[in-house]
Design a protein around this ligand. Sequence first.
Ligand code: FAD
Length: 419
Amino acid sequence: MEVSKAHVAIVGAGFGGLEAARQLAHASVRITMIDRHNYHLFQPLLYQVATAGLGPTDIARPVRAILRRQRNLEFRMTEVTGIELAARKLATSTGEISYDYLILAVGGETSFFGLQSVAAHAFGLKDLDDAVRVRNHVLEMFELAVHEKNPEVRRALLTFVVVGGGPTGVECAGALSELIRLVLIRDYHGLNIKDVRVLLLEASDKLLPVFPETLRESAAKALWEKHIEVRFGAMVTEFDGKQLVLKSGETIPAHTMIWAAGVRAVRWLDSLGLPQDRQGRIKIKPTIQTEAHPEVYVIGDAASLPDGDGQALPMVAPVAVQQARTAAANIQHALRDEPLESFDYHDRGSLATIGRNAAVARFGRFGFHGFFAWLLWLGVHITFLIGFRNRLMVLINWAWDYLLYDRAVRLITPNGAKH
Ligand SMILES: Cc1cc2nc3c(=O)[nH]c(=O)nc-3n(C[C@H](O)[C@H](O)[C@H](O)COP(=O)(O)OP(=O)(O)OC[C@H]3O[C@@H](n4cnc5c(N)ncnc54)[C@H](O)[C@@H]3O)c2cc1C
């Protein structure tokens, strides 16, 4: 009689979920991978979709195409709405799914820190819809501005504010400024470039906090050279879609705000009753399991595990991928009644680009900036993109844009507007 195989449910086909599935490809388990989307999204290049450099299909790939050769895996496109932890069952929008082991790899979402007016009017940058909405909106602002007679309104239409001086904010501000100064200004002859402002607002006194000081300074300098007004100690308290208010009381007329200041674990995890940190991430043990339910593993942006200094590990792709490997290994150890492994994070460094020929690269306490850092950034992103077709398309797009100062995806497409 054939013994039935343990059933592993993996929720989330992001960086962590995909790696966990691959690590279990030859294990004697049955896997159900679940995601609310039918695609895996390469989030590090979302800002390029938002700034018309790449199209959505360049940075996303169907999960079924990625995992089609994995015989022990079945994919279900459905939304998980809750978990009955004691009964080991997932509630989904299309019915229940039982499991023996669960890997929760559900990622994060934008956090507006309870600022309701900002949440209502600013754009987040976490999914393809967000990125396409930003692209549409930026292009629409130019369509409106070119016919606007009132100079104050025109300037507000052409003021683009990015909030948050982490890698996403820096990359987004740099790409936006280049889109405007290198490309759009040639499309809209009637506009005066002096009416355009790109601001990067950071509440603390530094950009790119994980980088050493010299690299932070070179990044700030590169942003200034790309005509981005970087403001430190600038904390946004309100935004009504036409004007933002800072904590100091200063107001800035602007019709566009891109919020790159905060992320948290996806909100529906709050209903599980498992211990969470301040960002809503579920606290896990070094074995990647939850304390109360050893059959439940949580990885990536949804998980909170302190590093050596007691700080939760960052919400970045390498943490998700490495935790996926430990979770997959420990499920196999548990099946064989072997002792479990503890997670040990290997930080291989960080990269951030500010635009054409400009990037910063950090390895441990060392780093460099400029053209070679930018080449490294290009190489790493091409390498980690999933799928040969996507790599090729992105490479062709980048070469085209670099040589011809173009952005091919300058399309305003039907898509739900933010306001
Ligand atoms: C704009 C941006 C830029 C970034 N740049 C970098 C970078 O340069 N370098 C870097 O290392 N990291 C970067 N990150 C962070 C990195 O993308 C995340 O750390 C990484 O994606 C986390 O992987 P994950 O597997 O935990 O979650 P994700 O990759 O977010 O995957 C989560 C998956 O779960 C699915 N899901 C969520 N809820 C449900 C549900 N209820 N039912 C079904 N499915 C669900 C989602 O659809 C998604 O596919 C960036 C993130 C963003 C947003």
